[in-house]
Design a protein around this ligand. Structure first.
Ligand SMILES: Cc1cc2nc3c(=O)[nH]c(=O)nc-3n(C[C@H](O)[C@H](O)[C@H](O)COP(=O)(O)O)c2cc1C
Length: 279
């Protein structure tokens, strides 16, 4: 796979942009983004479809709002996916790769799973029967300065911080943290995973290295999500995307597989997603 951007630099560059410049994203760049989207694949589920919604030309116009969370954006990228097993994880993976690609083009983005007028945006999109419409992002040039409210929101979410290694990565069982030294060549993909964005910066991903295999797990702070759009499953897809792109870039070979990990080795509130089997 030709990733098309430097992984570490782009992951470190990306942040949620909530204030945009008035400069429009031209048609050539929009087409380039859609062409890149067509090349996306993922190990988790079905494919995501992406559509631009231009607020300046949409019939829904004024109704296409984000409750004041996003300022100055006139272009949004909506995503839909068939409601099949693994769909939300797959969408997280593919949309994050596209977000990183857009970041490498100098564009700003912000994952939006909650703070937008969902019904108005849904009317402005083409949604096939049986598809989910989980996520949207503004796409545009970041304004030179963030708003005061935006800084406040970032501080409340501790958006610049991530949990340390010993809270996220484990070796053999959950009593032992996986050290950077023990992760050897996998230190880099795991560190890139650790920098992933997540809804309300919850960071629900956990990785267990057992018998040489990396198992990706979802740790829920609360019980099962009752919503059809479970943001934490999207978070897992994003994290797996970071891990995989970094592994590919570093030339680490292996493959993803769904194994039958027995529930007795998983701590409470943890569910199994997929495993990476190094070659
Ligand atoms: C699945 C998902 C849903 C999100 N939904 C929203 C949202 O509705 N509104 C918002 O302002 N930010 C949203 N975010 C952005 C997160 O708050 C942000 O990624 C996190 O605080 C880390 O900050 P960073 O992206 O700047 O690194 C979402 C992020 C993810 C991954």
């Amino acid at each position: 796979m030709n990733i098309g951007f430097p992984v570490q630099e782009t992951i470190q560059q990306r942040y949620s942009v909530r204030t945009y410049d008035a400069k429009p994203v031209n048609e050539t760049i929009r087409q380039d983004i859609l062409n890149y989207a067509k090349t996306l694949t993922n190990p988790l589920g079905p494919h995501t479809r992406f559509q631009f919604i231009d607020v300046t030309t949409s019939d829904q116009g004024q109704k296409l709002g984000t409750y004041g969370f996003i300022k100055g954006a006139s272009l949004f990228l909506g995503s839909t996916i068939p409601d099949e097993p693994g769909a939300l994880e797959a969408l997280g993976y593919e949309y994050e790769q596209l977000i990183l690609y857009m970041t490498s083009l100098g564009l700003g983005t912000c994952w939006l799973g909650g703070t937008f007028n969902r019904s108005a945006f849904a009317s402005a999109m083409e949604i096939r029967e049986g598809d989910l419409f989980p996520i949207l992002s503004p796409v545009g040039y970041p304004a030179a300065k963030k708003r005061i409210g935006e800084d406040f929101f970032r501080r409340a979410l501790k958006a610049n911080q991530r949990k340390p290694w010993d809270k996220l990565f484990f070796a053999e069982d959950f009593s032992f943290p996986l050290t950077k030294e023990a992760a050897e060549l996998y230190q880099y993909p795991l560190e890139m995973l650790r920098l992933a964005p997540s809804a309300v910066n919850n960071q629900p991903w956990r990785v267990l290295l057992k018998d040489g295999i990396y198992h990706f797990l979802l740790y829920r702070f609360t019980g099962e999500s009752s919503s059809s759009i479970d943001m934490q499953r999207i978070d897992l897809g994003i994290a797996i995307c970071h891990f995989h792109l970094a592994a590919l870039e570093a030339g680490l070979t292996g493959h993803f597989e769904k194994l039958s990990l027995t529930a007795d080795i998983l701590p409470k509130n943890t569910s199994y997603i997929i495993s990476w089997i190094p070659a």
